[in-house]
Write a protein that binds this ligand. Sequence first.
Ligand SMILES: N[C@@H](CCC(=O)N[C@@H](CS)C(=O)NCC(=O)O)C(=O)O
Length: 220
Amino acid sequence: MAFTLINARPSPFGRKVAIVMREKGIAYDTRFDVPWGDETCTPQYSPLEQLPILITEQDENIYDSAYILDWLEARFPVPALLPAEPDARLNAQKRRMLGERLMEVVQALVFEMLRPEPSAPWIDRQTRKVRGALGELERLYGDHAPRGDTRPDLGDIAVATTLLGIEFALTSGLSPDIAVLRWREGHPTLDSAVSALEARPSFAATRPQMMEVDLQATVA
Ligand SMILES: N[C@@H](CCC(=O)N[C@@H](CS)C(=O)NCC(=O)O)C(=O)O
Protein backbone atom coordinates (compact mmCIF):
# COMPACT_ATOMS: atom_id res chain seq x y z
CA MET A 1 0.00 0.00 0.00
CA ALA A 2 1.52 3.31 -1.06
CA PHE A 3 0.27 5.63 1.69
CA THR A 4 -0.09 5.19 5.43
CA LEU A 5 -2.38 7.55 7.30
CA ILE A 6 -1.67 7.90 11.01
CA ASN A 7 -5.01 8.73 12.50
CA ALA A 8 -6.98 8.62 15.75
CA ARG A 9 -10.37 6.90 15.75
CA PRO A 10 -12.42 9.95 16.80
CA SER A 11 -10.28 12.61 15.03
CA PRO A 12 -12.17 15.02 12.75
CA PHE A 13 -8.84 16.24 11.35
CA GLY A 14 -7.86 12.70 10.37
CA ARG A 15 -11.29 11.89 9.04
CA LYS A 16 -11.11 14.93 6.77
CA VAL A 17 -7.92 13.58 5.18
CA ALA A 18 -9.36 10.05 4.90
CA ILE A 19 -12.46 11.37 3.11
CA VAL A 20 -10.39 13.43 0.68
CA MET A 21 -8.28 10.36 -0.17
CA ARG A 22 -11.39 8.28 -0.76
CA GLU A 23 -13.02 10.97 -2.89
CA LYS A 24 -9.83 11.11 -4.97
CA GLY A 25 -9.60 7.31 -5.16
CA ILE A 26 -6.17 7.15 -3.48
CA ALA A 27 -5.46 3.87 -1.69
CA TYR A 28 -4.07 4.04 1.84
CA ASP A 29 -3.53 2.01 4.97
CA THR A 30 -4.55 3.38 8.35
CA ARG A 31 -2.50 3.19 11.52
CA PHE A 32 -4.49 4.25 14.58
CA ASP A 33 -2.65 6.05 17.35
CA VAL A 34 -3.56 7.84 20.59
CA PRO A 35 -1.70 11.16 20.29
CA TRP A 36 -2.12 12.04 23.96
CA GLY A 37 -0.91 8.66 25.22
CA ASP A 38 2.62 7.89 26.42
CA GLU A 39 3.05 5.37 23.61
CA THR A 40 2.18 7.77 20.78
CA CYS A 41 4.26 7.51 17.63
CA THR A 42 3.50 11.07 16.46
CA PRO A 43 6.84 12.65 17.62
CA GLN A 44 8.65 10.24 15.28
CA TYR A 45 6.86 11.72 12.28
CA SER A 46 5.86 15.29 13.09
CA PRO A 47 7.64 18.07 15.02
CA LEU A 48 4.16 19.26 16.02
CA GLU A 49 3.41 15.86 17.65
CA GLN A 50 -0.08 15.84 16.21
CA LEU A 51 -1.90 13.60 13.84
CA PRO A 52 -3.06 13.14 11.11
CA ILE A 53 0.22 12.32 9.41
CA LEU A 54 0.43 10.94 5.90
CA ILE A 55 3.50 8.80 5.15
CA THR A 56 4.29 8.47 1.46
CA GLU A 57 5.82 5.54 -0.40
CA GLN A 58 9.11 7.47 -0.34
CA ASP A 59 8.84 7.75 3.48
CA GLU A 60 8.10 11.44 3.35
CA ASN A 61 6.01 12.59 6.31
CA ILE A 62 3.24 15.04 5.45
CA TYR A 63 1.56 16.56 8.49
CA ASP A 64 -1.09 19.01 9.55
CA SER A 65 -4.44 18.20 7.98
CA ALA A 66 -4.74 21.50 6.09
CA TYR A 67 -1.28 21.07 4.54
CA ILE A 68 -2.04 17.41 3.74
CA LEU A 69 -5.14 18.55 1.83
CA ASP A 70 -3.07 21.11 -0.11
CA TRP A 71 -0.44 18.45 -0.79
CA LEU A 72 -3.04 15.98 -2.07
CA GLU A 73 -4.71 18.61 -4.25
CA ALA A 74 -1.32 19.49 -5.78
CA ARG A 75 -0.14 15.89 -6.29
CA PHE A 76 -3.51 14.39 -7.26
CA PRO A 77 -5.37 17.21 -9.03
CA VAL A 78 -7.98 14.89 -10.57
CA PRO A 79 -10.71 14.82 -9.47
CA ALA A 80 -10.35 18.40 -8.27
CA LEU A 81 -11.94 19.09 -4.90
CA LEU A 82 -11.83 22.86 -5.40
CA PRO A 83 -13.71 24.69 -8.17
CA ALA A 84 -11.54 26.33 -10.85
CA GLU A 85 -13.62 29.50 -11.13
CA PRO A 86 -12.11 32.11 -8.74
CA ASP A 87 -15.29 33.20 -6.91
CA ALA A 88 -16.49 29.65 -6.37
CA ARG A 89 -12.98 28.60 -5.32
CA LEU A 90 -12.64 31.41 -2.78
CA ASN A 91 -16.09 30.57 -1.42
CA ALA A 92 -15.09 26.92 -0.95
CA GLN A 93 -11.81 28.00 0.68
CA LYS A 94 -13.67 30.32 3.03
CA ARG A 95 -16.00 27.51 4.14
CA ARG A 96 -13.00 25.23 4.52
CA MET A 97 -11.12 27.82 6.62
CA LEU A 98 -14.12 28.38 8.89
CA GLY A 99 -14.63 24.63 9.30
CA GLU A 100 -10.97 24.07 10.18
CA ARG A 101 -10.63 27.02 12.55
CA LEU A 102 -13.94 26.14 14.22
CA MET A 103 -12.57 22.70 15.10
CA GLU A 104 -9.52 24.27 16.70
CA VAL A 105 -11.65 26.69 18.73
CA VAL A 106 -13.88 23.84 19.90
CA GLN A 107 -10.83 21.83 20.91
CA ALA A 108 -9.55 24.80 22.94
CA LEU A 109 -12.97 25.20 24.57
CA VAL A 110 -13.32 21.52 25.49
CA PHE A 111 -9.81 21.29 26.92
CA GLU A 112 -10.39 24.44 28.98
CA MET A 113 -13.61 22.99 30.39
CA LEU A 114 -11.73 19.83 31.38
CA ARG A 115 -9.12 21.77 33.36
CA PRO A 116 -9.27 21.63 37.16
CA GLU A 117 -10.04 25.38 37.29
CA PRO A 118 -11.44 26.52 33.95
CA SER A 119 -11.16 30.22 33.12
CA ALA A 120 -14.63 31.78 32.67
CA PRO A 121 -13.40 34.66 30.43
CA TRP A 122 -11.53 32.20 28.20
CA ILE A 123 -14.61 29.98 27.94
CA ASP A 124 -16.77 33.01 27.06
CA ARG A 125 -14.30 34.04 24.39
CA GLN A 126 -14.21 30.59 22.76
CA THR A 127 -18.01 30.24 23.07
CA ARG A 128 -18.48 33.52 21.19
CA LYS A 129 -16.20 32.26 18.42
CA VAL A 130 -18.10 28.99 18.11
CA ARG A 131 -21.42 30.85 17.93
CA GLY A 132 -20.01 33.31 15.38
CA ALA A 133 -18.49 30.65 13.11
CA LEU A 134 -21.67 28.54 13.19
CA GLY A 135 -23.77 31.60 12.31
CA GLU A 136 -21.49 32.49 9.41
CA LEU A 137 -21.48 28.92 8.09
CA GLU A 138 -25.28 28.76 8.33
CA ARG A 139 -25.39 31.93 6.22
CA LEU A 140 -22.84 30.66 3.65
CA TYR A 141 -24.67 27.33 3.24
CA GLY A 142 -27.81 29.28 2.37
CA ASP A 143 -26.15 29.79 -1.04
CA HIS A 144 -24.47 26.41 -1.32
CA ALA A 145 -26.43 23.20 -0.83
CA PRO A 146 -24.25 20.08 -1.22
CA ARG A 147 -25.98 16.87 -2.35
CA GLY A 148 -25.13 13.35 -1.38
CA ASP A 149 -24.77 12.28 -5.02
CA THR A 150 -22.28 14.90 -6.18
CA ARG A 151 -18.66 15.18 -5.13
CA PRO A 152 -18.19 17.54 -2.18
CA ASP A 153 -15.54 20.27 -2.26
CA LEU A 154 -12.86 20.77 0.39
CA GLY A 155 -15.09 23.30 2.15
CA ASP A 156 -17.90 20.77 2.48
CA ILE A 157 -15.53 18.09 3.73
CA ALA A 158 -13.88 20.37 6.31
CA VAL A 159 -17.19 21.74 7.58
CA ALA A 160 -18.93 18.37 7.76
CA THR A 161 -16.06 16.56 9.47
CA THR A 162 -15.82 19.36 12.04
CA LEU A 163 -19.55 19.39 12.77
CA LEU A 164 -19.81 15.61 12.88
CA GLY A 165 -16.68 15.48 15.03
CA ILE A 166 -18.27 17.89 17.49
CA GLU A 167 -21.44 15.80 17.52
CA PHE A 168 -19.44 12.63 18.13
CA ALA A 169 -17.49 14.25 20.97
CA LEU A 170 -20.78 15.20 22.65
CA THR A 171 -22.60 11.90 22.17
CA SER A 172 -19.58 9.76 23.10
CA GLY A 173 -18.84 11.78 26.23
CA LEU A 174 -15.37 12.84 25.00
CA SER A 175 -16.63 16.40 25.48
CA PRO A 176 -18.72 17.81 28.33
CA ASP A 177 -22.26 18.68 27.21
CA ILE A 178 -21.74 22.31 26.16
CA ALA A 179 -24.94 23.93 24.83
CA VAL A 180 -23.26 25.94 22.06
CA LEU A 181 -21.86 22.73 20.59
CA ARG A 182 -25.31 21.30 19.84
CA TRP A 183 -25.03 22.87 16.40
CA ARG A 184 -28.02 21.17 14.75
CA GLU A 185 -30.23 23.24 17.04
CA GLY A 186 -30.80 26.63 15.41
CA HIS A 187 -28.84 25.81 12.22
CA PRO A 188 -31.32 24.05 9.90
CA THR A 189 -29.32 24.78 6.74
CA LEU A 190 -26.16 23.24 8.20
CA ASP A 191 -28.22 20.33 9.50
CA SER A 192 -29.51 19.42 6.04
CA ALA A 193 -26.17 20.09 4.28
CA VAL A 194 -24.30 17.79 6.67
CA SER A 195 -27.04 15.15 6.56
CA ALA A 196 -26.73 15.04 2.75
CA LEU A 197 -22.94 14.67 2.94
CA GLU A 198 -23.12 11.98 5.63
CA ALA A 199 -24.85 9.70 3.12
CA ARG A 200 -21.78 9.53 0.88
CA PRO A 201 -19.71 6.31 0.94
CA SER A 202 -16.55 8.27 1.87
CA PHE A 203 -18.30 9.52 5.02
CA ALA A 204 -19.98 6.19 5.82
CA ALA A 205 -16.61 4.38 5.68
CA THR A 206 -14.86 6.78 8.06
CA ARG A 207 -17.30 7.25 10.94
CA PRO A 208 -15.60 8.36 14.17
CA GLN A 209 -15.12 5.78 16.87
CA MET A 210 -14.21 5.93 20.53
CA MET A 211 -10.61 5.66 21.68
CA GLU A 212 -9.23 4.82 25.09
CA VAL A 213 -8.04 8.16 26.43
CA ASP A 214 -8.41 10.24 29.58
CA LEU A 215 -8.47 13.75 28.11
CA GLN A 216 -8.83 15.29 31.56
CA ALA A 217 -5.50 13.75 32.59
CA THR A 218 -3.80 15.44 29.62
CA VAL A 219 -4.71 18.94 30.83
CA ALA A 220 -4.64 18.44 34.62
N1 LIG B 1 -3.91 21.77 13.10
C1 LIG B 1 -3.80 20.33 13.25
C2 LIG B 1 -4.60 19.87 14.45
C3 LIG B 1 -4.53 18.36 14.62
C4 LIG B 1 -4.87 17.92 16.03
O1 LIG B 1 -5.23 18.71 16.92
N2 LIG B 1 -4.72 16.62 16.25
C5 LIG B 1 -4.95 16.05 17.56
C6 LIG B 1 -5.73 14.75 17.43
S1 LIG B 1 -7.37 15.05 16.85
C7 LIG B 1 -3.60 15.72 18.18
O2 LIG B 1 -2.81 15.02 17.58
N3 LIG B 1 -3.35 16.22 19.40
C8 LIG B 1 -2.16 15.98 20.15
C9 LIG B 1 -1.51 17.26 20.57
O3 LIG B 1 -1.96 18.34 20.16
O4 LIG B 1 -0.53 17.20 21.30
C10 LIG B 1 -4.26 19.64 11.97
O5 LIG B 1 -5.15 20.19 11.32
O6 LIG B 1 -3.71 18.57 11.63
